[in-house]
Structure formats: C-alpha cells, structure tokens
Design a binder for this molecule. Structure first.
Ligand code: ATP
Ligand code: MG
Ligand code: FE
Length: 332
C-alpha cells in the first residue's frame, strides 16, 4: 500500500509517500520560514499564496523520489484541520483533485493526530498509551486506548508551549521561530533566575504558560529600568527549566494514574534537547517505554499525516469529495 500525504496547515508545504503505514519513501518539506521571518510570525495570506505556488512541484518531487507515479497510489491523506483556513484549503484541494482524477480514497487527518503518528516510524504503538503533545499551537496530554482514538486529559488554558518559546525568543530579539534558539542558549546558561510554574489545581492536567511568559518580560523590563544586565543564556535556561519541569511532572503523573504502556512525545517542541533529555532520564528511572520522534519528524511534515491516514485506510473509512478544510477541527 502506497499512501500519499499532504500537509499545508501552516507554513510548511509538504508531500510524502509512505509504504504500508510506516516506511517513508519520500517526505519533501518546503518551509516558508525565511519568507515569514521578517514579519516575526506567519502571515496567513502570504502562506496560502506560497502553498499554491509550491504544491504541484512538491508533489512531483515526492513521487520522483519514491520512484512512483500517481497510478501506483492506494489513497491520499491530507491535513483537514486545524490550522490556517486558507493554507489548509490548498492541501485539501490538491488531495481532492488527485483522489478524483485517480479514483482514490481520501483520508482527512487531524494535524495533531499526524504529529502523534510521527512516532509510528520509530516503534509500533502499544495501547493504552499517553502522548505529550507540545507544538506551536497546542499543548495537550492525550490518552489513546486504540488507534484513531484520542482523549484529551488536559490542555493549555492560554499559550501553547511553542508559542511561549517564540514570544520569549522575540523579547530577547532572537529570530522567528525562536524555539531552537532558546534551546541552544539554554544549554549555555544556568537556570539561576526564579520564574513561576503554573501547576494549577491539584490533579489538573491542564497547562498555562502566559504567566511564565509575562514573568520573563518583567525580568527583562525591571533589569532595563535598573540599568542592570541579564545574561540572555541564563534567562533562556531558567525559562526552559520552568517549562520542562511542569511538562515532565504532569506527563509522568498521568502515566502513573492511567497505567499506560507507552509515553509518546509529539509536536515541534519535541525537538527540544532539554525536554528530550529530561524525559529520557526520567523514563529510564521509572521503567517507562518512551517513544520520541527523530528531529526531522517533530516539526510539520506530510509523512506523519500519511501515517495517521493509514489507520483510516486499514479501517476502510474515507471522506467524500465534498471534504472541506476545518480550521477548528476537534481531535476527539
Ligand atoms: P500546531 O502543530 O499546534 O498546529 P505548528 O504546526 O505551527 O503548530 P509545529 O510545527 O508543530 O507547530 O512546531 C513549531 C514550534 O516548535 C515553534 O513554536 C517552534 O519554536 C517550536 N520548536 C521547534 N524546535 C524547538 C526546540 N528545539 N525547542 C523548543 N521549541 C522548538
Ligand atoms: Mg511551521
Ligand atoms: Fe504542527
């Protein structure tokens, strides 16, 4: 079975071909990050236009690299939401066109389900499992009792982890997206600055990062007023420590409470070195089976979308050609 995957929910145009749900034959990613950089974030109209320009060429590249033609495909998986509506529409239209032209089944995929299924390229999933999703727009603890079933145990009440990273980076005048820059700086500094941790009510699996972000801004502001200098690497290390501590603690509390067989990590912030190290160390200590995607599959890509679509292929559930993009698509 050869599945074509398409991802255009934000600022990456990506097309992939995977074999039998877990072998990547090609995974072409065209990032628009250099275009959006000068605006300090993604500009939706610019993103849509660039997707339109790129999608045909990227699709051809994906087929060429996999040494396949459209006639070899068994189906088309596409991100149907959530994301920027104009951006999503380009991928959905491309997927529908191919499905219609070649009489192929169409599999609409939730973007976060895609991030979670990036782990399938690493190891077979064992249920029940728990996934810590940390991306640019989401921070969630997701419980899965079987393939395709997602129960959100907790989520952010304000900023997503990646969003907080990007905002803190911006306040330190680092380029967009700031996550990787903060990560690098954090490893050069010491977590000496005291910052708040939002544990929320006892037993809650929700998260909150806006207070932490404001605290970082206050530290910078106060230092400036007093004419003091703050070492950016120490601030980055302190911020990263505050984020990781809460994420890891809540994830392991849920692992305990729900007695899961595996803990998965997913989303762009899964590329964070500090978070990967801390989760790995704690899993070793507690004997938890931790699965982490390779760095190349943490941020947006179409292979993960195809992997999630493969579950629908196996179940024989597919969408009609009137499929529409849904920017607010719910996970569960
Ligand atoms: P969503 O998946 O929620 O729709 P998105 O697709 O925009 O959002 P992703 O591509 O999954 O987000 O991840 C991008 C985010 O990951 C950015 O916020 C970026 O700063 C962050 N990120 C990437 N690498 C790192 C890193 N090493 N450390 C921390 N954050 C990182
Ligand atoms: Mg992106
Ligand atoms: Fe994403």
């Amino acid at each position: 079975c050869y599945l074509l995957g398409i991802e255009t929910s934000c600022d990456e145009t990506s097309v992939a071909i995977i074999r039998d749900g877990k072998e990547i034959l090609s995974n072409i990613i065209s990032s628009q990050v250099d275009i959006h950089k000068r605006f300090g974030g993604v500009v939706p109209e610019v993103a849509s236009r660039k997707h339109v320009e790129d999608i045909t060429m990227i699709t051809q590249q994906a087929l060429e690299e996999a040494k396949l033609g459209l006639d070899d495909l068994s189906g088309v998986a596409v991100t149907a939401g959530p994301g920027l509506v104009g951006a999503l529409l380009i991928g959905v239209s491309a997927a529908k066109t191919i499905a219609y032209a070649k009489g192929l089944p169409l599999f609409p995929v939730h973007h976060i389900a895609g991030h979670i299924y990036a782990n399938r390229f690493v190891k077979e999933m064992e249920f029940p499992l728990l996934c810590l999703v940390v991306s640019g727009g989401h921070t969630e603890l997701v419980y899965m009792k079987e393939h395709g079933s997602f129960e959100i145990l907790g989520q952010t009440r304000d900023d997503a982890a990646g969003e907080a990273y990007d905002k803190v980076a911006r306040s330190l005048s680092l380029p967009y997206p700031g996550g990787p820059h903060i990560d690098r700086l954090a490893h050069e500094g010491e977590a000496t600055i005291s910052l708040p941790r939002a544990w929320l009510e006892a037993g809650s699996y929700d998260f909150s990062f806006s207070g932490l972000k404001s605290a970082v801004l206050n530290v910078l502001h106060n230092a400036k007023q007093r004419g003091e200098t703050i070492k950016p690497e120490d601030l980055a290390a302190s911020f990263q420590e505050a984020v990781i501590e809460v994420l890891v603690e809540k994830a392991f509390r849920a692992v305990d409470q729900y007695g899961v067989k595996q803990l998965l990590l997913a989303g762009g912030v899964a590329a964070n070195r500090g978070l990967r190290e801390r989760l790995t160390a704690r899993s070793k200590k507690e004997g938890v089976d931790l699965v982490i995607p390779p760095l190349s599959l943490c941020t947006d890509n179409a292979a993960m979308i195809a992997a999630a679509g493969y579950i629908q292929y196996q179940k024989g559930v597919f969408a009609d050609l009137d499929l529409n993009a849904n920017p607010g698509l719910p996970l569960s």
